[in-house]
Design a protein. Structure first.
Length: 163
């Protein structure tokens, strides 16, 4: 059976407003001009995470894309922000897995919180997970204007609104 591709992407940006910074980060991540539908924390059967920016086009403008998203924003000069996603897959080749979204003020703290969170949620699952915890982060420091850092798992192709 073919694997369902999920794109791991990230971006950060500075703007005149927090929304402007968010738009710049979305653009860098390849998620601009899409309606993002945020999912919680579960990787579906046969999923495969690919570490690359998705290739959505102008023809996808306004379409919906399912994502697991970690984002943080600030306008406090000198403040560093970091967003991160961490995931762990079941043993075997099912593709199933769990994801956590974490934000903080340093990459080190975000990575620690991701590891602790995944270790905690594995306690409540009957499934057996692989030992390897995967982590992706994006960090930025506010210099002149508002900033945003985001990491996303984008679930496959963009979907239209019709039948």
């Amino acid at each position: 059976m073919a694997k369902f591709e999920i794109f791991l992407t990230k971006g950060s940006g500075e703007g005149a407003t927090k929304i402007g910074a968010y738009c710049k980060a979305l653009d860098k991540a390849g998620l601009i001009n899409l309606n993002l539908i945020c999912l919680s924390s579960v990787l579906p059967h046969n999923s495969k995470i690919i570490n690359k920016k998705p290739n959505y086009s102008y023809n996808d403008y306004g379409k919906k894309v399912y994502v697991i998203l970690s984002k943080s924003r600030t306008f406090n000069k000198g403040e560093t922000i970091c967003s991160g996603l961490g995931w762990i897959k079941e043993k075997g080749d099912s593709g199933n897995g769990m994801v956590v979204e974490v934000q903080g003020n340093s990459r080190k703290k975000v990575e620690k919180d991701i590891k602790n969170s995944l270790n905690e949620i594995m306690k409540y699952r009957k499934e057996k997970f692989k030992e390897k915890i995967n982590i992706a982060t994006e960090e930025i420091t506010c210099k002149d204007g508002p900033v945003c850092a985001l990491v996303a798992l984008a679930f496959g192709k963009a979907h239209g609104w019709g039948k």
